[in-house]
Design a protein around this ligand. Sequence first.
Ligand code: BGC
Ligand code: NOJ
Length: 811
Amino acid sequence: MKFGYFDDQNKEYVITTPKTPLPWINYLGSNDFFSLISNTAGGYSFYKDAKLLRITRYRYNNVPADTNGKYFYIKDGDTVWNPGWQPVKTELDSYECRHGIGYSKWDSSKNGVNAKVLAFVPTDDTCEINRVVLTNNSSETKELKLFSYVEWCLWNADDDMKNFQRNFSTGEVEIIGSTIYHKTEYRERRNHYAIYSVNAPIDGFDTSRDAFLGAYHDNHDPEVVFNGKCTGSEAHGWSPVAVHQINITLNPGESKSFIFVLGYCENPVDQKWESKNVVNKAPANAMLAKYKTDADVDAAFAKLNAYWDDLLSIYTVESNNDKVNRMVNIWNQYQCMVTFNMSRSASYYESGIGRGMGFRDSNQDLLGFVHLIPERARERIIDIASTQFQNGSAYHQYQPLTKRGNSDIGSGFNDDPLWLIAGTSAYVRETGDISILKETVPYDNDMSVATTLMEHLKRSFDFTVNNKGPHGLPLIGRADWNDCLNLNCFSEHPGESFQCFGPSEGPVAESVFIAGMFVKYGEEYAQLAELLGDTAEAGRARKEIKIMYDTVLKEGWDGEWFVRAFDAYSNKIGSKECEEGKIFIESNGFCSLAGIGVKEGLAEKALDSVKKYLDCKYGIMILQPAYTVYHLELGEITSYPPGYKENAGIFCHNNPWVSIAETVIGRGDRAFEIYKKTCPAYTEEISEIHKTEPYVYCQMVAGNDAYIPGEGKNSWLTGTAAWTFCNISQYILGVYPTHKGLSVDPCVPHGFGDFKITRKFRGATYHIEVSNPSDVEKGVKELIVDGAHVEGCIIPITEGKTEYNVKVVMG
Ligand code: BGC
Ligand code: NOJ
């Protein structure tokens, strides 16, 4: 069952009922100012950091769901309604919400009045614009009252929902004309305030939530709206809000437009005040002057659309498969941008106050984003590397505002260092910019011990070399990619952090997955060393990789698949010897994609076992059989009920690893079958089961052991976005950036047909036409670049050339 449809022409998903199974959200903002916005206008805004600079307040896990946002109430006689249906929930005569690329739109009607709302964040400003256009489609004159509503957050979102003894006394506002200034804590250490303004004279305002809602009311029945009259309240403490009232007369056929601006403004410390305790409004005035008219808004909106059209023109495909075209050309890349911006901080399932930027997460996000804005990827790599420790290990997370490592979680996740090689290598392959390797980068933000970035990568590589366990495999530390495989934790008491409890150093548990990573990214490290002319280092690295390769085959092969790990007692995890958790996805996917066991025929065997034991209708489960009891020596993985999350759920993130591995051994049918199972454009059809947004990936889909298999959770912020984009664009469609140029080596299912790809790469545009006359899954029979035959499948780079016409014949 569907709750809307894709409009590919406009790059929008059109939601046709507000009653979606879960809030279906979108993200506004490209740089510093961001908003989360749901199909019923719920959500919140923040500047740079969802924890430290939260602008509007949201209540997670509220009932009914998703009931705080940027609301417009329309009072038409006795009827009060919202264009987004919530929070009043008056049945609408028509409703449509279009989530587009960086904007959302509503088009709703009630009793002959139509409301069109357009919400977006301009590309180069720190504000969100909401344009509300009301039209009277009835034959009578309408006397309407329009009310806006946002509830301010007192900046630090964590403190805001805990420290009521203080917070109920600190709220402060100013009201000047049609602009409400939120200036809580501005009198002390903050140099920033927020504004909510409208480009029309107002007929009333409220800034006290209690005055607006009335005692024991909520935002679904605010007294002020139902009474039709604002009270003019000035908030002192308690909960400040911003409400405008505009009385509107609309003749039959008449429309009126109102532009609301929610903005974030900063002042230099010595220019904070206009007069005693009156904020300096210069930045607010400058911002508001830019969005006075419809033409201003149209221009800013056009700029946003042009910005995205430009970004999305970097990789496009035209194939016979609409779903592939839609995901590759629009939604998958869009989600990659959002995950790059947010890491795992702010979604409807990540509260914005927990995890900042993850070391491994952000590096993986880069893999799907780097072709879009390489300069931002470059900056991110330096930021991430700056939180590395001198021995090559790393802070697991850092705060986006301060860019400092988070010592609460600390370090000891032994896959982390290798992801830095993955991210950097992707950047250098994309751009050819080896200067990044020579940048001076601190350790733990300490410039006095800084080295080149290449030295950071060396320490990443050597961290694995220097931290091996009894089988010669990498020590796992607190956990590897699977945060819940806590083999050194042994936590017995509720509330202890599974990951941080127990020693991170000393214990001997080992990870076969990290071994796979080492082989894959070790080789990418060796290639970077070669690029810098250091063949000795490349040789040394390859020797270490060979040792690891052999160790995996010797110690990590279980007969039909790769073992997952060895626990602290050196018992196997993910082996036929185990009672539960006999086979895991991660080691099989990653070792195979790294090429381990390919020539020995073992990778094929491992992937066959994955299909046999882990596959289900909705994707590949992370492990089987699910753990049914808590194991002290395994940690959080066994804390989840069977079928959920890391305990035998379908963790979408690593499904593409298996799909990529299938392309490595040339099985296009199977690679594509896996791609389809978790792909939103395909799961759209079962939205009533899947529940999450049908235009983006979610982190987890419940596996076969779950109560409702196929139920999705935790949409948007997942490494799935980057990995599936790599899978489809670089492995299945096969256009992969190498140091020497673009390689074209597709691996497609039978019947996929011919296709065209346009790829912008290192200052040139490649027009690539792939034909497949013999309908093979893999193999390049001929590569012709501008009429000339080229050996192999890499398109050589010709300096200064800006257009390449490429023909690839599979066979
Ligand atoms: C989740 C993991 C996540 C971890 C982060 C766990 O509860 O299951 O998916 O990576 O928390 O701390
Ligand atoms: C989500 C985390 O963000 C990611 O870092 C981790 O790899 C996966 N969960 C698997 O545990």
